[in-house]
Design a binder for this molecule. Structure first.
Ligand code: UFG
Length: 333
């Protein structure tokens, strides 16, 4: 039996694939390579290049391979972009997710892990954010994930699907010096800061310093991509008990944009010029996770909890591969 990983060539998906293979699982990656990289996909995984919008192609993957579990990463994932291009999220993300869920039900694949997000909680009035915090998505992106979570809820009730919705806070860091984050265009804070450190950009623009936070810049809970991967492995195994669940995934530590820049200066030894610009639409002031539930229930234990650990691994990747996967020679083994 195989695990189907959509978006398995992407930043988080490819890290999870690597971990699944290490644990001896058979993996089929389904990815349209619009954002992902062939050279990020572990050599022992089967890579099928295809688009979730094509229901026939999705069905054919289930007919060809013996799939009993699904991890669904493939998605548009940017809060800011979703405020500009809502239909990429409210239409494409939903339609692609539905094609996948329909095929899974038709082919009796009954364990499903969904990449969900802290953006479900919009502008939360309590911190840290637990799984009980009220849901009021902060953007079309967050809304698309909320809707997919609800669809899974109903497939659990009506079709015996068992699911885990994993609500990531800010994924960061690199899985290894040859396996890291490479987006085009890059919009995330840590890789942009490191591109400034490398001299690929002149400066980092801080999106607003008048938020209600200790230094006025936004506070986020950064979680290492390998710790995220570990949570997926634990959740996949746990679902064998037939019980669906939702988990928040973060370290419970909030770092401001200024603190991220300062830590990156310490890690890299570079100056990293910064200036303050306008706020970015859709950004909440503070997002910090309470991830006690997955720690208690599944024994999740993050190995890279500090910001300097996270930034150090990302820096090793950026220094070795300043142009990302263009300079990676082969698929990882
Ligand atoms: N930021 C800047 N300047 C930049 C880029 C980012 O100041 O050039 C700030 C943002 O305003 C934000 C923080 O840095 O306050 C982090 O921004 P990112 O773009 O790195 O990440 P987001 O918090 O916007 O979003 C990420 C993922 C989403 C996920 C969310 C959950 O991209 O998919 O974390 O917290 F939903």
């Amino acid at each position: 039996m195989s695990t189907l990983v959509t978006g398995g060539a992407g930043y988080i998906g490819s890290t999870v694939v690597r971990e699944l293979i290490r644990q001896g699982e058979d993996v089929v990656v389904f990815d349209n390579l619009s954002q992902g990289h062939r050279k990020a996909v572990h050599q022992d995984a089967t890579l099928v290049v295809g688009d979730l919008a094509d229901a026939g192609a999705v069905d054919s993957v289930f007919r060809t391979y013996d799939i009993d579990a699904i991890m669904h990463f493939a998605s548009h994932t940017l809060v800011g972009e979703s405020m500009e291009e809502p239909f990429l999220y409210l239409d494409t993300n939903i339609r692609c997710g539905l094609n996948l869920m329909r095929a899974a039900v038709e082919h009796d694949a009954d364990r499903f892990i969904l990449s969900s997000t802290a953006n479900l909680f919009g502008l939360p009035d309590e911190m840290p954010i637990t799984e009980e915090t009220s849901i009021d998505p902060g953007s079309p992106y967050g809304e698309s994930k909320r809707i997919l979570e609800r669809y899974l809820h109903w497939l659990d009730r009506t079709r015996g699907m068992t699911f885990a919705a994993l609500r990531y806070f800010n994924a960061a860091g690199a899985a290894g010096p040859d396996h890291g984050e490479d987006h085009d265009p890059e919009t995330h804070l840590i890789p942009i800061v490191l591109e400034v450190a490398l001299g690929q950009r002149d400066e980092i623009v801080i999106f607003g310093d008048d938020y209600d936070t200790p230094d006025g810049t936004c506070v986020r809970d950064y979680i290492h991509v390998r710790d995220l991967a570990q949570a997926h492995i634990l959740a996949l195994r746990a679902l064998k008990d037939g019980k669906s669940r939702v988990y928040n995934l973060g370290n419970g530590n909030g770092y401001s944009v200024r603190e991220v820049i300062e830590t990156a200066r310490e890690v890299t030894g570079r100056e990293i010029p910064a200036r303050v610009g306008d706020r970015r639409p859709g950004d909440p002031a503070t997002l910090i996770a309470d991830a006690q539930r997955i720690r208690d229930e599944l024994g999740w234990d993050p190995q890279f909890p500090t910001l300097s650990d996270i930034i150090s691994t990302a820096w090793d990747w950026h220094v070795k591969h300043p142009d990302g996967y263009a300079s990676v020679s082969e698929r990882p083994s």
